[in-house]
Design a protein around this ligand. Structure first.
Ligand code: 13P
Length: 255
């Protein structure tokens, strides 16, 4: 059975104190709820700095922590970088890899992301691999080719047993931070396409096991209709994950 996942990407927001408060507020909301969450995973992806300070709250709550990035290098003289092994040693089990902001602003190529994926897998960290097209690509109706190339060049070299540990997040760039959520039909079409490609490359069993999240202006109003689509297994949420009540509502919508 596919995991249903709601992940919050805090990006470069919140001081350590503000992060602790948000996590505590979420913990309170979650603990007031008695629903059983067996096939559901809640993830918070704060900055590297927050990860250790949130560990104690995460240990007594139902949410787990993810990094927003990892280095493409194993270790050494790479000032400012954080390695997959460092994260693993802090018991971090997930990492966002290939977010479009990193691709665009920090020039991360598909090849570099392949390295990051390999290092994450080697350190038992599940990548949340982001893919998605810019507006001009969608306007030219070539978004499927664009996304397939991202998958082919960074992900589809993995062995079948390895790719089962990957979560794919489809985040169309035109929908990120714009308030323009993809329609459930647009998102479902791409998610179905991605799942079909996983099936063709690996097997129906693996395609059925992989969670594919949607990201891009998900909010408490749009989450439910997205989650009702057959191939949408959850969301990677930016702005709305910074407001405890909004993120909690989205988490409850996935159950
Ligand atoms: P928004 O939800 O703010 O559009 O951000 C989406 C995103 O980039 C999550 O990784």
């Amino acid at each position: 059975m596919r995991q249903r996942i709601v992940a919050g990407n805090w990006k470069m927001n919140l001081t350590v104190k503000e992060g602790l408060k948000l996590a505590e507020d979420l913990q309170k909301l979650l603990s007031s709820n008695t629903i059983y969450y067996s096939d559901t995973t809640f993830i918070l992806a704060p900055s590297f700095l927050h990860l250790l300070s949130l560990k104690e709250i995460s240990d007594r709550s139902v949410f787990v922590l993810a990094a927003q990035n990892i280095s493409d290098k194993e270790k050494g003289a790479f000032t400012g970088e954080v390695s997959a092994a460092m994260l693993a040693s802090a018991e971090i089990k997930y990492a966002i890899i290939g977010h479009s902001e990193r691709r665009l602003l920090f020039h991360e190529s598909n090849e570099m992301l392949k390295s990051k994926i390999n290092l994450a897998i080697a350190n038992q960290i599940s990548p949340i691999f982001c893919c998605g097209e810019p507006l001009d690509v969608r306007e030219n109706n070539t978004e499927m080719d664009f996304v397939l190339r991202q998958l082919d060049e960074s992900l589809f070299h993995l062995e079948e047993a390895q790719i089962k540990n990957v979560i794919i997040a489809y985040e169309p760039i035109w929908a990120i931070g714009t308030g323009q959520t993809a329609t459930p039909e647009q998102a479902e079409e791409m998610h179905r396409f991605i799942r079909t490609k996983v099936e063709q490359k690996y097997s129906p069993e693996t395609a059925e096991a992989i969670s594919i999240l949607y990201g891009g202006s998900v909010n408490p109003k749009t989450a439910n209709s997205l989650f009702s689509q057959q191939n949408i297994d959850g969301a990677l949420v930016g702005g709305a994950s910074l407001v405890a009540e909004d993120f909690f509502k989205i988490m409850m919508d996935i159950i």
